[in-house]
Design a protein around this ligand. Structure first.
Ligand SMILES: Cc1ncc(COP(=O)(O)O)c(C=O)c1O
Length: 359
């Protein structure tokens, strides 16, 4: 019964996913897999609605997971290949999980040393410390980042004691955020230059997430050409990618209702039947301004501040210019909300989690 999709009844707040749009993205990703001879794994932490994940599993090469709960979700969705990565593992939990996944990346040399004897296809996550234009809260390239081993530190350790890495089968780089083909090529160039001596002994390379594969302007042909040549140089390497956001990009909205409109200090404040803490947590963390339907950048006479129904003063989604005046009971549609929103819902303030509908 867990996978049953609720019948649409327009009762807000809700998330709504358009099946045709998701299939469109999945076909695009499948074509990329075929043309470039790569393997695309859906990153479950971005979107894990159990009524939809089997469709994703059916269409892509596999899933990327981080915990026992996600392992269960990937298995229930019938993922064909499962890659496991987390910043750190607890030994007993890891011993159980490693038997059930196809490959794993460790995050540090200490975790590698502790667990390298376990049976499995094991890799190491590297922080390439690339200088890219990425907001700092989601930039894994930061010098101070805990995510991944410093590339030079790994190389020094590798050169000092190659035997210690006899069982190393892969390297893992999650270094981009909403990245272009150009940025991915910068990453691949960096890898081929810096890890020349390591690549020939490996079986796989995981190029992480953060790829805008499904946006209209992504330079697919440039990437395919590069990857085909890359594989001529390294036929030993299977290439894995683990996008999250781009799998469900543009596939669905979040809808809330106007409960009240109050005039405060000359500003019209709209109170919605939602809150950042309960349904839109990613907004608070990533501090993105959401796209709202029927609004525009240019000033209109219908400026409103959209706010939530929790007791937190900071429960504010932002100032928007609507194309028409708002009234009580109007629906406010937040666009492109599938990734990293539903997965983070809470019941703060006693609010209900938002419903999920399939259109
Ligand atoms: C290790 C790893 N892989 C993949 C992803 C998915 O990234 P995105 O949703 O930006 O494609 C993330 C997201 O944080 C991640 O941490």
């Amino acid at each position: 019964m867990k996978n049953k999709i609720q019948k649409y009844n327009n009762q807000t707040p809700y998330f709504i996913l358009h099946k045709n749009k998701l299939l469109h993205n999945l076909v695009k990703l499948q074509e990329l897999e075929k043309k470039a001879n790569i393997h695309i794994l859906h990153t479950l932490k971005s979107f894990n609605e159990p009524s939809i994940t089997p469709m994703i599993a059916q269409n892509l090469s596999g899933m990327s997971i981080a915990s026992p709960n996600e392992l269960q979700m990937a298995q229930e969705a019938k993922a064909k290949y499962i890659h496991l990565y987390a910043p750190a593992f607890e030994k007993e939990q890891l011993k159980k999980m490693i038997k059930q996944v196809d490959s794993i990346s460790f995050n540090s040399l200490s975790q590698w040393n502790a667990f390298k004897a376990l049976h499995g296809s094991k890799g190491l996550r590297i922080n390439p410390k690339l200088q890219l234009n990425i907001p700092s809260h989601c930039n894994p390239n930061l010098k101070s980042s805990r995510l991944g081993v410093d590339g030079l530190e790994f190389l020094a350790s590798f050169r000092q004691n190659k035997e210690k890495f006899n069982d190393l089968e892969g390297l893992h780089f999650h270094a981009l955020f909403q990245g272009s083909a150009k940025e991915l090529i910068i990453l691949l160039e960096h890898i081929t230059t810096q890890f020349k001596e390591v690549l020939p002994k490996l079986k796989w390379l995981n190029l992480g997430g953060g790829h805008n594969f499904t946006t209209i302007d992504y330079e697919i042909d440039t990437l395919v050409k590069y990857l085909v040549n890359f594989q001529k140089l390294y036929p030993n390497l299977k290439l894995y990618f683990e996008p999250g956001e781009s799998v469900t990009k543009g596939c669905g909205e979040f809808v809330a209702t106007v409960l009240d409109i109050v005039n405060i200090e000359g500003k019209k404040l709209v109170i919605l039947d939602t809150s950042i803490e309960t349904h839109l947590l990613d907004v608070a963390i990533v501090k993105l301004k959401l796209k709202v339907k029927n609004t525009q950048d240019e000033v209109t006479p219908y400026g409103y501040q959209l706010t939530g129904n929790s007791c937190l003063q900071g429960d504010i989604m932002g100032d928007y210019y609507f194309t028409q005046p708002l009234h009580l009971g109007d629906k406010i549609v937040f666009e492109d909300m599938m990734a990293y929103s539903m997965v983070k819902m809470t019941k703060f303030n006693g609010m209900q989690k938002a419903k999920f509908y399939l259109a």
